[in-house]
Design a protein around this ligand. Structure first.
Ligand SMILES: NC(=O)c1ccc[n+]([C@@H]2O[C@H](COP(=O)([O-])OP(=O)(O)OC[C@H]3O[C@@H](n4cnc5c(N)ncnc54)[C@H](O)[C@@H]3O)[C@@H](O)[C@H]2O)c1
Length: 349
């Protein structure tokens, strides 16, 4: 994809603006995780950027090849995630990984990685930054976008399976997208993760958080269910079709891992972030029974080009495995603030 000619001047202006703060081609900015976290990005702004990114992807306004993956051990992956967004003059790549045994084996988080942000006019790197926090906030924002279009807007119950980094971030601002929420059910196979989530986020969240005793309790009681646990290659579902009544909205961050396949096959609408990536993930073995017919991409629904929730009784599944373009929209905002305000350290190239 090429920069449209009419944007040439604006692209040069952006580059000149960066040049006021950073000698492009001689230095880069390095942003640690704390640096990235210190940048004031309001939750509504993140939600907005991420929704725009989904829309831009589905409208084919960005260059984003599917992830390139390495799978060194069972259930682990590295993903190379490049994206170019002409309208933002933003290009770069995330090199992210997920190693689910990290907490137990090494005391590290499951997901981590780095992002390189480039000058799209010369190709020179402008910044290297930690990707963990950006991944965290943009992933929750994808779920929030899906909730906006797929869930009953007056839902009073939400269930979060997995109480780690993503689970916490999902719950933090959930009442902004589901304002009538009364009860949030949480479940984690590592009970301490659920306990500390409740202790840390419970006060002041705007709804009561209840630790579910089982998947069944959470699933049966929640109108909207999100999960962020472990992306697994095999098939060992713990959530049974019989527990899924009408009207549920099921939102997945880790593919089909937890659910019986029949649930997806009988869903009234099955919506994904990227058709192309779903096909690619089939080839990696994530969907041993294939994927259901895809109703639309999340960005098509957000753009009003495809329908979201129409009937209260519909079972709707949103499978958003994550896209580089979501990162890139947030990265541009993070970089712009950092370069202008002197956040991070400058390193010679
Ligand atoms: N879709 C996306 O864009 C996207 C982005 C980032 C992460 N993810 C995925 O989200 C998942 C969670 O990432 P994270 O950074 O929050 O990891 P994390 O390790 O911080 O949290 C995962 C939590 O899930 C719990 N868990 C594991 N298996 C479970 C199970 N079967 N049932 C209930 N709880 C279970 C763990 O005990 C842990 O507390 C990973 O699979 C990751 O690949 C997806």
């Amino acid at each position: 994809m090429k920069l449209p000619q009419e944007l040439n001047q604006a692209a040069e202006e952006y580059r000149n603006w960066i040049g006021n703060y950073l000698p492009i081609g001689r230095e880069i900015i390095y942003l640690s995780q704390d640096d990235v976290k210190s940048i004031p990005l309001a939750p509504e702004k993140i939600r907005d950027l991420v929704e725009q990114s989904l829309i831009a992807y589905s409208a084919k306004k960005v260059d984003m090849p599917s992830k390139i993956a390495l799978h060194p051990l069972t259930d682990t992956f590295f993903h190379a995630m490049p994206a170019y967004v002409p309208e933002l003059f933003a290009a770069g790549i995330k090199w992210g990984s997920c190693f689910p045994e990290n907490r137990r084996q090494f005391g590290f988080p499951q997901a981590q990685g780095l992002i390189i942000y480039n000058d799209q006019l010369s190709g020179m790197p402008l910044a290297v930054m930690d990707c963990k926090y950006i991944t965290e906030i943009r992933t929750a924002a994808v779920t929030y976008t899906a909730i906006k279009y797929l869930a009953p807007q007056d839902a009073e119950t939400f269930g979060m399976i997995g109480c780690g980094v993503e689970g916490r971030q999902h719950i933090k601002n959930i009442v902004t997208v589901l304002p009538n929420l009364r009860t949030i059910y949480v479940y984690d196979i590592f009970e301490a993760a659920a306990d500390s989530l409740i202790a840390d986020l419970g006060p002041g969240i705007g709804a009561s958080i209840v630790k579910a005793a089982s998947y069944e309790e959470l699933v049966k009681n929640s109108q909207v269910i999100a999960s962020a646990t472990i992306a697994k290659e095999g098939y060992d579902p713990v959530i049974k079709d019989a527990w899924i009544g009408p009207g549920k909205t099921i939102l997945l961050c880790e593919g089909h891992t937890l659910y019986e396949d029949r649930i997806f096959k009988r869903a009234d609408k099955y919506i994904v972030d990227s058709r192309e990536q779903v096909e690619q993930f089939v080839s990696y073995g994530y969907y041993p029974f294939g994927h259901p017919a895809i109703h639309a991409e999340t960005g098509e629904v957000a753009a009003g080009k495809a329908t979201g929730r129409e009937n209260a009784g519909d079972l709707i599944v949103g499978n958003n495995f994550g896209m580089a373009v979501e990162d890139m929209f947030v990265v541009r905002a993070v970089f712009d603030y950092a370069v202008e305000h002197g956040v991070g350290i400058k390193l010679p190239l």
